[in-house]
Design a protein around this ligand. Structure first.
Ligand SMILES: Nc1ncnc2c1ncn2[C@@H]1O[C@H](COP(=O)(O)OP(=O)(O)OP(=O)(O)O)[C@@H](O)[C@H]1O
Length: 311
């Protein structure tokens, strides 16, 4: 029997690689989700997020690299890991003949963890659908039932693959509360999502994958802080010729009969002041004025366009 690993080791992957035939889907991936934090694995379509989660779950064996999940090797200690981990993958694994409540009761019989099925349905806002067969639940309701199965018995690690895809705003917000609640109870949460706002709301740490590689990773506030802010405005084309110098990198391009100025800068306040002072003195009308720190959307754009290549 595998030794019981001490709690709180989080998830660590080093140099993780996986091939589908001749296609390298996961390429030397390094990840470290610390115990009790929410880690968001983001990326472009086909970047390798689901495959990475499957490797962490021990469903697939890596071609290269090392993985430790809560101190266990997932491909060799799946049973030990299953007791301590709740996985929700993209394909719903519900049995069509069973109601929502029966699905949880079945889980009660086959898992070594315990929980109160009705209380759990309450937590995912499905109490009113307890007696509805799983195949008659809506897509969003099935996702919530999958979440209930993943968090059954408060495992040490919960892995959620695109948990809010297809959920309406209220259900999404219920799920966000649930994730925060899991974190405050000390559970490590690893999630993938295509909703950057979701990652901004929930994640302590993110990794952005592209074409099998991790292009950017780190604590979210730190990553945003390391990247330049933006000052942007539209102005009449003739005025753009007299623009002042900025600390940051200023780019102009034609936009709807005017010129759009974008300054990518580490000196947000100074460059904004420069622009506004210049416009006031020169009597230039600025429209669409925006000034903001780097956003996850911006980081994602850098990765997608190859401006932030994988190390
Ligand atoms: N069973 C499979 N056989 C062959 N290739 C596969 C298989 N599953 C995935 N792939 C390929 O491996 C790559 C990574 O796929 P994966 O599903 O892990 O990406 P993903 O980041 O989860 O994508 P998405 O965001 O679109 O769900 C993709 O190029 C995909 O086409």
């Amino acid at each position: 029997m595998a030794p019981t690993a001490p709690p709180g080791l989080g998830v660590r992957a080093e140099g993780l690689s996986f091939d589908y035939g001749s296609h390298r889907a996961v390429d030397r991936v390094d990840l470290h989700a610390r115990p009790g934090e929410v880690f968001a694995l983001l990326g472009t379509n086909g970047a390798g997020k689901t495959t990475t989660l499957e490797l962490l779950q021990g469903y697939r064996t890596p071609a290269a690299g090392h993985v430790r999940v809560l101190g266990h090797d997932p491909s060799r200690e799946r049973r030990a890991l299953r007791r301590r981990t709740g996985f929700m993958l993209q394909e719903a694994g519900l049995l069509p003949g069973l109601t929502a409540l029966e699905s949880l009761r079945l889980w009660q019989r086959i898992s070594s963890r315990t929980d109160d099925p009705r209380a759990l349905l309450e937590r995912v806002d499905l109490a009113h659908r307890a007696d509805v067969p799983a195949d008659r639940l809506s897509g969003g309701e099935k996702r919530r039932l999958d979440v209930a199965l993943a968090i059954w018995g408060r495992p040490d690690l919960v892995v959620l693959d695109e948990p809010t895809t297809g959920l309406d705003p209220r259900s999404r917000s219920t799920l966000w509360d649930l994730v925060r609640d899991l974190r405050s109870g000390g559970t490590t949460v690893l999630l993938t999502t295509h909703y950057l706002e979701e990652a901004e709301q929930l994640a302590d740490r993110v990794a952005i994958m592209h074409r099998g590689r991790v292009a950017l990773a780190g604590p979210l506030p730190g990553l945003l802080h390391e990247h330049p802010s933006t000052v942007a405005a539209d102005l009449p084309a003739p005025d753009a010729r007299g623009l002042p110098p900025f600390h940051g990198n200023a780019v102009t391009r034609p936009h709807e009969g005017r010129v759009r100025l974008e300054v990518s800068t580490y000196a947000l306040q100074e460059d904004l002041t420069t622009l506004l002072t210049w416009a006031a003195r020169a009597g230039v009308e600025l429209t669409g004025l925006r000034a903001h720190a780097a956003t996850l959307d911006h980081l994602f754009h850098l990765v997608r366009t190859g401006q932030e290549p994988a190390p």
